[in-house]
Write a protein that binds this ligand. Structure first.
Ligand SMILES: [Zn+2]
Length: 123
């Protein structure tokens, strides 16, 4: 067993959690679609990759508002990881708590701004 573990990416755990959640959402979408009238040439395998970069209109259309919002937040979280701004509130710029990030890694807001947003006080 290797004892010296190199932590190249400090966001790895969050990335893994985001990817797992993204996959979960997309898979539930695929199940819904399969239950309906799925055509065989949809390229389901790379749907996750497609969703990771750009959403197809169909995917957006078929998901519920909540799922769609969540997928967008996940996508934005990946962008923030790439830009190095992950873990910083999009509204006030404060650091988002570690526990909060562990629970909801896709959140763009710190807890205070989240409350404002839920009250409709953020644009
Ligand atoms: Zn904030």
């Amino acid at each position: 067993m290797a004892k010296a573990k190199v932590k190249a990416n400090p966001y790895q755990a969050f990335e893994d959690a985001l990817r797992a959640k993204q996959r979960e959402l997309i898979e539930s979408y695929q199940r819904d679609k399969a239950a309906g009238n799925a055509s065989p040439d949809d390229g389901i395998q790379d749907l996750a990759d497609k969703a990771a970069s750009a959403y197809s209109k169909e995917l957006n259309f078929s998901l519920s508002d909540g799922e769609r919002t969540l997928l967008m937040q996940i996508e934005e979280a990946f962008n923030r990881i790439r830009e190095g701004t992950f873990g910083t509130c999009s509204n006030c710029g404060n650091l988002i708590g570690e526990k909060r990030l562990a629970a909801v890694p896709w959140t763009p807001f710190c807890i205070d701004c989240q409350e404002l947003q839920e009250k409709g006080m953020l644009s």
